[in-house]
Design a protein around this ligand. Structure first.
Ligand SMILES: Nc1ncnc2c1ncn2[C@@H]1O[C@H](COP(=O)(O)OP(=O)(O)OP(=O)(O)O)[C@@H](O)[C@H]1O
Ligand SMILES: [Mg+2]
Length: 240
């Protein structure tokens, strides 16, 4: 579904990505792990058209059609099914929960479809339904993460890009969020690329995993292979 070959991205004067290669098959959960500043967020931003591609090939294939991500506007990438759940959640704190969810559907004018999607989100995350008129800024961190995921789902992703869904959350809440992602993948076949600092959790969930170091992919394999890899263990799993 996603093929990235030799992706280069420059930010300011820094060559942040210097040859990223990765592939994600339809229906998979893939993860990209690596240290602070390695280029994880930059990779996701390039994939969703939020940063220009300085070099390489990025292809998305859905329903038998292949598009060149680097030459497609961000808004059209959303239409094609690439939906980005950004680092730090980026919900609209002064808007209600329901308004935040409606924003996820801003490219659609099918009101019945939007209402159906939102009620599915409330089934998946009942706390959001109970608080639908509350300002999103008053939600806890975990609830805000559920809302950010919900808002992404309303956009009907085929490939969901998640940037650190566990950031700042208690272990129990993180498990709940990851459980919901796993359900979503199993029940609706949503393909995911998850960026995570919590390498252990991400590798346990992922079918396929990539390790990024200073703008390059240095290792890849199944989640299990990387969990069992001593070098990965030492660098990312040894502490904590
Ligand atoms: N606007 C910018 N101009 C110049 N350099 C930037 C800019 N934004 C980010 N960078 C640099 O790009 C590198 C990669 O940043 P990125 O945010 O992709 O890392 P990350 O892997 O997501 O890190 P983290 O785990 O902290 O979220 C960092 O060295 C960062 O300082
Ligand atoms: Mg980041």
């Amino acid at each position: 579904m996603l093929r990235v070959e030799d992706l280069h991205v420059t930010r300011g004067r820094t060559k942040v990505l210097q040859g990223i290669n990765l592939e994600v098959e339809a229906g998979e959960i893939a993860t990209l792990i690596g240290a602070n500043g390695a280029g994880k967020t930059t990779t996701l931003m390039a994939l969703s058209g939020l940063l220009p591609v300085a070099g390489g090939r990025l292809e998305l294939t859905t329903e038998g059609e292949t598009i060149d991500i680097g030459r497609t506007r961000a808004v059209d990438l959303v239409r094609k099914g690439i939906v980005h759940c950004p680092e730090g959640r980026q919900i609209f704190g002064r808007l209600s929960i329901e308004e935040n969810l409606q924003l996820g559907a801003y490219l659609s004018d099918d009101r019945a479809r939007i209402a159906r999607s939102i009620s599915e989100i409330y089934e998946r995350f009942p706390i959001l339904g109970e608080r639908r008129t509350m300002k999103a800024g008053n939600l806890s961190g975990g609830e805000q993460m559920m809302l950010a995921i919900g808002r992404a789902l309303v956009a009907q992703p085929k490939l969901l890009l998640l940037d650190e869904p566990s950031l700042g959350l208690a272990p129990q809440i993180t498990e709940e969020i990851f459980g919901a992602l796993e359900d979503l993948n199993r029940e609706q076949g949503v393909t995911m690329l998850i960026v995570e600092q919590n390498a252990m959790l991400a590798l346990e969930l992922a079918n396929r995993a990539f390790v990024i170091e200073t703008g390059r992919i240095v290792l890849n394999g199944t989640g299990k292979e990387l969990l069992d890899d001593p070098a990965v263990f030492e660098a990312y799993l040894g502490v904590g």
